[in-house]
Design a protein around this ligand. Sequence first.
Ligand SMILES: C[S@@+](CC[C@H](N)C(=O)[O-])C[C@H]1O[C@@H](n2cnc3c(N)ncnc32)[C@H](O)[C@@H]1O
Length: 350
Amino acid sequence: MDEEKLGNFMNRALNEAAATYHAALVVVGDKLGLYKTLAKHPQGLTSTELARETDTAERNVREWLASQTVGEYVIHDPETDRYSMSDEAAFALADPNGPDLAGLFYVASSVHRSEEKVTEAFKTGKGVGWGEHDPMMFCGVERFFRPGYAANLVQAWIPALEGVEEKLLRGATVADVGCGHGITTIIMGQAFPKSSFIGFDFHAPSVDRANRLAAEAGLEGRVKFEVASAKDFPGSGYDLVACFDCLHDMGDPQGTSSHVLSTMDSDGSWLIVEPFANDTLEENLNTVGRLYYSASTMICTPASLSQEVGLALGAQAGEKRIREVVKGGGFSQFRRAAETPFNLIYEAKP
Ligand SMILES: C[S@@+](CC[C@H](N)C(=O)[O-])C[C@H]1O[C@@H](n2cnc3c(N)ncnc32)[C@H](O)[C@@H]1O
C-alpha cells in the first residue's frame, strides 16, 4: 500500500463527509434566510445581529457561521467578529437572478431521506418511484432547474430548432411531457402569447403545483396541466412536444417516443433536453458526471426501474443511447441542436 495515496484518499473522503454535513447546513441557511440577510449587509454582521435580524437563536447561528467560514461560503473578520459573503457567493446563493444553488442542496439532502428505500431497491431491483421521494426533492428540482431554463429555453434552445420559433410566435400547440412543476411550460407560455400549452406529468402533486404556478402567473386557460403518463397523454397535431430532463426517468422511453410521434403534426418537432453526458463512463469522469451519476443512482435509475419496461437509461445516457431510443420509436430525424455545460438539447422530427 502506498502511504501517500492512502493519505490523499483519506483526505478526499474526509472532505466529502464534511461536504455532506454542509449540504444540510446550506438548506438550514436557505430556509432561515441566513444567506439572504448576510447578502444584504456587505459590511458584515455579528452572529448576534444575524440572529436578531432572522429571529433565530444566536448560539446555533454562531456555530453555523463557523461551519460556513470553514466551508468558504462566508468570510469571518477576526478584528470585528463580523461575517459577510463575497459578491460571488451572494450571487450564487441569495440573488433572485442568480443560479439559486441552494436548490441543488435541497435535492442532495432529500436523497438521504430516500436512502433506505434505494438500498432496499438495490436488493429487489424494483426501483423507487418518483413520487416516493420526500417533497423536498421536487422543490429542489424546481429551484435548481429554473435558472437554466430561464436563461436558455427561449433565448437559445427554441431558436436552435427548425422553424419552431416562428410557429410559436404565430400561434402553435405545445405539449410539455414529464413537466414536473411546469416551469418550462410557464416560461414558454409567457414568451409566446399566441400559442397554447399543456403540460402532462404522472405525478399528481407536481401537476397541482404547476396549475397553481400558472394561475399565479396569470396564464390560466392558455397554459394548463393534467395528470397523464408519457405513453398515453391525450391530444393530436402538436406543433411541438417537449421533454425536459425526464426522458431518461421514464420506464419506457421508446414507448414514449412512439406515442409522441403519434400525437404530433407531420411537420412537428420533439424537443428533448437531457443532462449533459458523453457516451462512455470514461468520458464522463468530471464534476458534472460525478453529480449526475450520483443523482441518477439515487433518483433517475430507480424511477425508471419502478415503471413498466424499466429501461433505466440513467441520467448519463449520452447521445448515442438517446438517438437509439428516439429512432426506435419511429422518428426518422434526430440531431443535437444545442448544448450547455449541464444539458444536451436534441431535436427529433417525424
Ligand atoms: C427530473 S423531473 C423534471 C421535471 C420537469 N420537466 C423539469 O424539467 O422541471 C422528471 C419528471 O418526469 C416525470 N415522469 C417520469 N416518468 C414519467 C412518465 N412515465 N410519465 C409522465 N411523467 C413522468 C416525473 O414525475 C417528474 O416530474
